[in-house]
Structures are given as C-alpha cells and as structure tokens.
Design a protein. Structure first.
Length: 72
C-alpha cells in the first residue's frame, strides 16, 4: 500500500502531534470506515482513550491522506 500525504495533513499531524505509526495502523486496520459526502473515506481507530480519524482518498491502490485529527 502506497501512502502519500497532502501538504495540509503534513502540517496538521505535526501541529496535532499525531504519529505516522498511528496513521498507518488506522489505515491498515481501522475500527470503523465510512464514506464521506464528497467520496472521501473516513477511517477511525482508538488510541489511549482518543479516536483518531483519517480522511483520505484511494485510487488504484494509492492512498492520499487529506487530514487527520483526534476526538476525545
């Protein structure tokens, strides 16, 4: 699986202290997945009492991560 990151998400994961390992784990084995209204995919996984949500697109096996954030 090839994963690439937009400039926006690079900035946000640094700002929000999100680990690349958690992003990879969420994409590979999410607790839940759903389709966003605009065709994006939203994957969620729990880490230490918080839920990480990753918004991404997938095309021909290539994943482009758009943004990532934690819910309390």
């Amino acid at each position: 699986m090839h994963i690439s990151f937009t400039n926006h998400v690079k900035y946000r994961i640094n700002e929000r202290g999100i680990s690349l390992l958690h992003i990879e784990q969420t994409l590979k084995k999410p607790d839940s997945n759903r389709i966003g209204f605009d065709g994006t995919i939203l994957a969620q996984k729990a880490f230490a009492g918080k839920i990480l949500e990753i918004v991404y697109t997938k095309n021909k096996g290539r994943i482009v991560v758009i943004t990532a954030y934690y819910f309390d």
